[in-house]
Design a protein around this ligand. Structure first.
Ligand code: HAM
Length: 420
C-alpha cells in the first residue's frame, strides 16, 4: 500500500472540484438560514451509548457500521454515523428546549462515518448538511423542511429527483401493525437472516430490495391501513401543505428508512441518475427520540442531505454550477524591483476585496503568464523595470489580450473599473 493513499472508502476534495462541494453546502444551507434555523456544530464523536440508544440497536448503522472504539482513558466512543442524535443531545445538554421558544430550529454541516461496503455514492466518510426542528408537533413544520430541501435542490439546478413520502405511525398504532406484519412474515419461506429481522426490525423486511423477498411480500399488511386517526389526519395535513406549496411527492407505503427513531412523517429524496445509491437525502419525524436518550418528550422532525451524492446528482444531470473564478487579478513581476512593487499592489488589491494572486517563485514571463491563465483571472498586472521607471504597470485583459498602462497609484481604482 502506498503511503499516499487515502483509506478505503474515502476520498479527498481537491481544487477545482472542491469548490462544487462548498457551493452545494452553501446552496443547501441558504434556505435554512433564511427560515429561522441557527447553526450548530457538535463533536465528531460521541459516547457510543447515544447512538446505540438513539439510532437503534436493530439498525445496520449501529450493529455493523459504527466506528466504535475505546479511548486510552477507557471511554467508549463512536465516530458519529449521523447527526440527529448528536444535535438533540446538544440541545438537551444546553437546555435550548427550555427557552420557551419551541421549536428549536438548528442546521448543521459536517463529516459522518459509516463502515459500509464502499461503492459509487457510498463512502466510509461522507458529508451531510442537515436540519432539525426540535420540540413541536405541527404538520407545517414537517412540510417546511421538505419544502426547504426541495427549494435547495431546485436552486442548484437539479430536476430529476423525486420525493418519496410515508407515515410510520406512532407509539399507538405502529406496535399493532408490527405484530400483524410479524405474523404475516413468519408464515413466509425466507432465508435465515431475513427471519431474524422479523423479530428485530420487521418493517425493514418490507424495504428489502431482493426480488425473491419482494415476490413473497405480496399481500403483506400495510402500515397505511393500520394508522390511527391522529396519524392519518396529521399525514393528510402534511400532504395538503406540500401540494399547496407546489411540491410534488410520491406516496411510498414501503418507505421505512434505516434508523429506528422515526415516527409518523418519513421521506426520502431520490435521484434517478444515481443507480443503486439513489437516496440523496432523507429524514422524518422522531417524536420519541428525546425520551429514548433520556430526555423529556420533545416531538421533532428533520432531514439530512448527502453532499457527496448531491454532487453526483449534479454530474448525472450535467449541471455545472456557476462558480466564479477564485482569482480575478494575477500579478506578474519581471525582476526584483517589480516583485517588491507588485507584491505591494497585490496586498492593496486584496485589502480592497479584489481576489488577487501573485507569480511566486521567480518564474519567467512565459511560465508566469501560463499560471495567470490557469488561475482563471480576467486581468494580469505585469510590470518590468521600464514600466516602473515610468511609474506605471501594464494591465492586460487576459481574454482580449489588450494591454494598457496604468499609473501605479491608480491601480486599485483602474482594476475596479475594469472588473466592472
Ligand atoms: P440517512 O438517510 O442515513 O439519514 O442519511 C442521509 C443522507 O446521507 C443519505 O440520503 C445520503 O445522501 C447520505 N449518506 C448516508 N450514508 C452515506 C454513505 N455511506 N456515503 C455517502 N452518503 C451517505 C440520516 O442520517 C438522518 N440523521 C437524517 C435525519 C435528520 N432524520 C431526521 N433528521
Amino acid at each position: 500500500m502506498s503511503t499516499f493513499q487515502a483509506p478505503k472508502g474515502t476520498y479527498d476534495l481537491l481544487p477545482p472540484n472542491s469548490a462544487t462541494y462548498l457551493a452545494v453546502r452553501e446552496a443547501i444551507s441558504a434556505p435554512l438560514k433564511n427560515s429561522g434555523y441557527g447553526y450548530i456544530e457538535t463533536p465528531g464523536f460521541e459516547n457510543v451509548e447515544l447512538f446505540a440508544r438513539g439510532v437503534g440497536g436493530s439498525t445496520d448503522i449501529v450493529t455493523k457500521e459504527m466506528y466504535a472504539f475505546e479511548t486510552k482513558g477507557g471511554d467508549q466512543l463512536a465516530l458519529r454515523p449521523e447527526g440527529t442524535a448528536s444535535v438533540l443531545r446538544a440541545a438537551l445538554e444546553a437546555n435550548l428546549h427550555k427557552g420557551g421558544n419551541l421549536p428549536v430550529k438548528l442546521w448543521y454541516s459536517g463529516s459522518y462515518y459509516r463502515y459500509e461496503r464502499p461503492q459509487k455514492g457510498r463512502y466510509r466518510h461522507f458529508s451531510q448538511v442537515g436540519a432539525e426542528a426540535i420540540g413541536a408537533e405541527d404538520p407545517a413544520l414537517d412540510a417546511e423542511l421538505i419544502i426547504l430541501a426541495d427549494q435547495a435542490y431546485r436552486a442548484l439546478g437539479l430536476r430529476d429527483f423525486r420525493i418519496l413520502l410515508n407515515s410510520l405511525g406512532d407509539k399507538e398504532c405502529r406496535p399493532v401493525y408490527r405484530t400483524a406484519l410479524q405474523d404475516f412474515l413468519r408464515g413466509l419461506d425466507l432465508d435465515e437472516d431475513t427471519r431474524r429481522r422479523i423479530d428485530i426490525n420487521p418493517l425493514r423486511v418490507l424495504d428489502d430490495k431482493r426480488e425473491y423477498v419482494q415476490e413473497r411480500l405480496v399481500g403483506a399488511p400495510m402500515l397505511r391501513d393500520y394508522l390511527c386517526e391522529a396519524c392519518k389526519a396529521y399525514h393528510e395535513q402534511v400532504r395538503e401543505l406540500l401540494t399547496a406549496a407546489g411540491v410534488a411527492f410520491e406516496d411510498d407505503v414501503k418507505l421505512v428508512r434505516g434508523l429506528d427513531y422515526y415516527t409518523r412523517t418519513t421521506f426520502e429524496f431520490v435521484h434517478d441518475g444515481l443507480g443503486s445509491q439513489s437516496a440523496v437525502g432523507g429524514g422524518g419525524r422522531y417524536d420519541g427520540l428525546s425520551e429514548m436518550i433520556g430526555g423529556p418528550a420533545l416531538p421533532s422532525v428533520g432531514w439530512a442531505l448527502g453532499v457527496d451524492r448531491t454532487v453526483l446528482a449534479l454530474e448525472a444531470e450535467g449541471v455545472t454550477l456557476d462558480i466564479p473564478a477564485a482569482t480575478a487579478v494575477y500579478a506578474v513581476p519581471l525582476g526584483d524591483e517589480a516583485r517588491r512593487v507588485l507584491f505591494g499592489a497585490v496586498t492593496e488589491l486584496r485589502r480592497a476585496g479584489i481576489a488577487t494572486d501573485f507569480a511566486f517563485g521567480g518564474k519567467g514571463l512565459k511560465n508566469a503568464m501560463k499560471s495567470a491563465n490557469r488561475s482563471g483571472a480576467r486581468l494580469a498586472l505585469v510590470a518590468g523595470e521600464r514600466d516602473l521607471a515610468e511609474g506605471v504597470v501594464q494591465l492586460k485583459d487576459l481574454r482580449s489580450g489588450e494591454q494598457t498602462p496604468v499609473a501605479l497609484d491608480a491601480v486599485v481604482e483602474e482594476i475596479r473599473r475594469a472588473l466592472g
